[in-house]
Design a protein around this ligand. Sequence first.
Ligand SMILES: NC(=O)c1ccc[n+]([C@@H]2O[C@H](COP(=O)([O-])OP(=O)(O)OC[C@H]3O[C@@H](n4cnc5c(N)ncnc54)[C@H](O)[C@@H]3O)[C@@H](O)[C@H]2O)c1
Length: 266
Amino acid sequence: MGRLEGKSVIITGAGSGIGRAASLMFAKEGAKLIVVDRSDSVQETAKLVGNAGGTIEAVMADAGSESDVKGFVDRAVSKYGRLDAIWANAGVSGGLVPLLDQTVEHWQEILRINLIGPFLAIKHSMPHMIAQNYGSIVCTASVAGLKSGASGHPYAASKAGVISLVQTTAYSLSGTGVRINAVCPGLIETGMTKPIFDRARERGTEAKIGQLNPLQRNGEPSEIAEMALFLASDGASYVNGQAMVVDGGLSSSHPVARSGKAGTRL
Ligand SMILES: NC(=O)c1ccc[n+]([C@@H]2O[C@H](COP(=O)([O-])OP(=O)(O)OC[C@H]3O[C@@H](n4cnc5c(N)ncnc54)[C@H](O)[C@@H]3O)[C@@H](O)[C@H]2O)c1
């Protein structure tokens, strides 16, 4: 039995990076998937999963548009008869724009996708889940939502908002049998962070990537997918309202000057 055997699951942002890795992993664990992305790369994700024997349908949609979100939630319910889990994972970084150059439009677009998107996923999936007295909602936040230093301002604010949304919604869902949690990735090599990795490779500094965390490396998309899989599954039946950090230990410490050999630092 897979950890998501027979479960009907939606994953957004599934055309790349973390969402694609999760689609392959969730399907392997028995989930029946609706995968969503605004890019047609989501068709390739569906092909990869289908070729591996998974049950999947790709939907091209905007995770920050209410009519689109309602559309793909309804599609999951009509195709699979129910909705057991949704992972609101689609996001954009917005880059690093100096504060004085940031516009209201720039902020609005990042908040629309990164924060209002998860709100819409919650709003449209929870009635189905409450009717079933069962469901798990997962939203992608970030270490950037915990502290500064990991992104631009609107991205950080959007991800802090996701953590707050998850905490407040857990209480709105009291007594319904529906759980909600966030996952907070550290630095993961995906489409979003490709420029960072490309730049480091060009300069020959790739060995420095991830050196700020105690594991001293970047994370892989599958390492985030593992956490979301756990949160979506019955293995996490008593985990609710939490922001689960998967960052190699980055956020566990104040900044410190490092000295000494690996394994000897106090
Ligand atoms: N990569 C990291 O280091 C990192 C760290 C912390 C959090 N995150 C978060 O992880 C999530 C997944 O990102 P990733 O790293 O896999 O990046 P990615 O760019 O590889 O994948 C994100 C996907 O989301 C899609 N998307 C963007 N806006 C959308 C919209 N409005 N509607 C539908 N699809 C949309 C993109 O087309 C893309 O396929 C994001 O929420 C991101 O903020 C990533």
